[in-house]
Design a binder for this molecule. Sequence first.
Ligand SMILES: [Mg+2]
Length: 194
Amino acid sequence: MWNATRPTIATNALFEDIDPERLLCRLQQFGPILAGSIDLDSTAIEQNERALSEKNMAVVRGFFELGVPLGIISNASGEKRHRRVYDIAHTISESVGCEVIAVTSHELGGWQCKKPRQLLFDTVAQRMGVANHLMFHIGDQVLKDAWGANRAGYAASVHVQPCAPKSDPRGVRWLQRPLENRLLRSWDAPFGWE
Ligand SMILES: [Mg+2]
């Protein structure tokens, strides 16, 4: 059962360390890729921050410059956090010069619809006009990001290290991360990158 949660690629790197061209080259080996989605909190931004770092923004911009747009999938289930995600999407849109699509749990039923629920992954792909099997997803949580992308039939799921593990909610820090780390070790992570 756990193999359904295994990311296609697991790196020891942070999101800011990604070289979009190299990653896309690698991902194309798993199938054609037209677009991607990213998790925000602890992947591309620290919890509760409102702006991407310059390094993370450069990575996002790199994908757009290569003709591979990125959308955002967030488990923000409250109104305030939902608005924050859209504000961030707007800021990224201004930086990359085109609309950045976002989807939040808040829009799709609140706390009952969080990653790894497939609906979030289906919705972002649909809004971007790309079939699921031509999408990839980048995130820091195996049991939410990788599992969700896998079950939605994305071409690939990419696991990166959390950029702000100390700001994780307690349940994630004390239960989920230790379990994920055990799984990653059992799969001999890092893998699939080079
Ligand atoms: Mg996250």
